[in-house]
Design a protein around this ligand. Sequence first.
Ligand SMILES: C[S@@+](CC[C@H](N)C(=O)[O-])C[C@H]1O[C@@H](n2cnc3c(N)ncnc32)[C@H](O)[C@@H]1O
Length: 399
Amino acid sequence: MPDECVDLIYLDPPFFSNRNYEVIWGDEAEVRSFQDRWEGGIHVYVSWMRDRMMQLRRLLKPTGSIYLHCDWHASHYLKVMMDDVFDRGNFLNNVVWLYGLGGSSDRYWPRKHDDILWYSKEKDKHHFQATRVAATSQRMKGESKKSPDYWDIPTINNMAKERLGYPTQKPEALLQQIIESSSRPGDVVLDPFAGCGTALVVAERLRRRWVGIDISPTAVELMRRRMGRIGSASISVVGMPTTVEDLRLLKPFEFQNWVINKFVGTHSPRKSGDMGIDGFSFFNRYPIQVKQSEKVGRNVVDNFETAIRRNGDTAGYIVSFSFTRDAREEVARARLSDGLNIKLVTVADLLIDVPDLEDAAASGGILFAEPPLIAPREADARPSAEELLNSALRDADSN
Ligand SMILES: C[S@@+](CC[C@H](N)C(=O)[O-])C[C@H]1O[C@@H](n2cnc3c(N)ncnc32)[C@H](O)[C@@H]1O
């Protein structure tokens, strides 16, 4: 991106946790349980952030400002780094987001806030228009028209309408406060760790232009659909996996999400591996098994037959990079003698079209302007921390 092309940056990076796991579709506590896996510790994390911060500073216009969302894990280290990169004199404030939810403890004052470090690029040049927190608690309603530097905004709970199930999703009201006060209509807002795209959706609604970046294709696909849902046209998406080679490099859970997304499917309510069923297709509701491997053989087909029978189905899809001849023979046998209709689908096939959606089209079926958002995994279907770790280690071995 060119120098000085952005008016406002908001970032909510993974803090001091292993970045491999930040993208897992699951529950926050699970993701956080890998907290201490930044090899080399906090200093490696801070210098990783510093490299990114230097780039972000380069992108910011002289009239721009940047909000860095963090919490007690690393806020004190990040502030020293930010003072250095942006200059201490450009520090504007440490906004406190009071989110309410969370545990309590008999041992210490419970943690109920995040810190948002706010810096301008140049002294006294940044745009600012004071606003008032839109969704605020009863307690703050009586206060002045302008917000103080602590914002009482409820976090996304299980009942929240805007909840997408993405771990660490932030409330739209929080982003509204930042974007409305620190940019104008037509300005460019950048979120380089965009997650499920909260900042982008709010920017779009407030008629700002925007750029979002995320390392996770699952997140990017989710953002794309979320933007489609609010009627945003002409979005350009770059860097998504488009070839078999790209797909080979995905983390196992990213790969599984990619396949289920292709089928516009739903995740299995049970953990993968439990029953050999990872999800269900959109149109036929057939079970899908996903294997991120080559030469998937007869034993996998055998097991899948058992799994789909146990589930009361007579058809299903197995997706992998390639299948052995044995596997194809077993599929033919199962069709003739047991009446089971199993389709072996290669990833290369899926890049061209999706059998289930072809069936839909053939029956006069469905046409999506924008496919529905994929629902998050049920709690029971989420991998445990140990399973995630094992799957990543296996992945590292095979690479
Ligand atoms: C805390 S979440 C952001 C949540 C977001 N604010 C929202 O409301 O949905 C952090 C995001 O950073 C992404 N991420 C992690 N490492 C990254 C990297 N090196 N580059 C870009 N994105 C990264 C993760 O995939 C994750 O979606």
